[in-house]
Write a new protein. Structure first.
Length: 273
């Protein structure tokens, strides 16, 4: 991949978006039958699958907490998710992303409702194109809601970066690789920030503006998450309300019945004679 000569031309980024626009997002809820909750997200060229299992018994048992549930988060990038094949298995980056993602989601979960149990979240990146940690958090949040885990609200995440000296929302791959700064942020629907990281340099004024841009992006993503969950349960309700189809009984012709009875009476008379 070669660095583009310019990332922004006449106020338009190289993928056709304005600086404050997010990439197209598609969310499908309940895609895995064997998981308690699941979600599949396409965010730009990112394709991420999240599954939630639990609350369930903790193994090994020495990890149990007597008064709350533990939340375990595993982020993994498939070997084929990037252009150059990635070595399978966990690495330092995936361990770090798993840790901060768990910390971003844990504050909204009512863990005190499930003592001595675990809530396990698995996020698998099938195709990566920058911003996979924020997309993974968005997918995991929807999957937790789909699993029926009691939560204070959804968590939405988005990143802001700096390219060509200008702040842009929701970085794409080239902007992420060659940009001057990258700042992922996650927050609840009430505005509480649960994740904030930064790589690069921003002035105090740019930092404040970046926070505002990220919060606006999270609000838009929250609406998409919420609508996806509404559509999921609307389908379930409509399916339950559909009347069961009963097989129609074939009409019996009266004349045929009368003829059959007359034939039976005649045969009885013959036999009696």
């Amino acid at each position: 991949m070669t660095k583009p000569e310019s990332f922004i031309t006449n106020g338009i980024r190289i993928d056709g978006r304005k600086p404050e626009e997010i990439r197209p997002i598609t969310i499908e809820v309940g895609v895995l039958d064997r998981a308690d909750g699941s979600c599949y997200i396409e965010h730009g060229l990112n394709k991420v699958l999240a599954a939630v299992y639990g609350p369930r018994e903790v193994h090994p048992r020495h990890m149990q907490k007597p008064t709350t549930a533990i939340v375990r988060f595993r982020y993994n990038m498939a070997s084929f998710s990037v252009e150059e094949r990635k070595r399978p298995g966990p690495d330092r980056r995936s361990v770090e992303v798993s840790k901060v993602s768990r910390e971003a989601l844990e504050p909204v979960i009512f863990t005190e409702y499930f003592p001595k149990s675990s809530i396990d979240v698995f996020v698998e990146v099938l195709q990566a194109d920058a911003g996979t940690r924020t997309v993974g958090i968005n997918a995991a949040s929807v999957a937790l809601a789909d699993a029926g885990i009691p939560m204070r609200g959804l968590v939405s995440a988005c990143a802001v970066g700096k390219v060509d000296g200008e702040l842009v929302l929701d970085l794409m791959k080239e902007e992420d690789n060659y940009g001057e700064a990258d700042m992922p942020l996650a927050m609840t629907q009430t505005g509480e920030i649960t994740l904030l990281q930064m790589d690069g340099n921003l002035t105090p004024e740019e930092f404040e503006k970046a926070i505002e841009m990220a919060q606006e992006g999270c609000k838009r993503i929250y609406e998409i998450q919420r609508n996806a969950l509404i559509e999921r349960y609307k389908r379930d309700i409509e399916t339950e309300e559909e009347p069961l189809e009963t097989p129609e009984e074939e009409p019996v012709e009266v004349e045929t019945v009368v003829e059959n009875e007359a034939e039976e009476e005649t045969s009885e008379e013959v036999e009696s004679e």
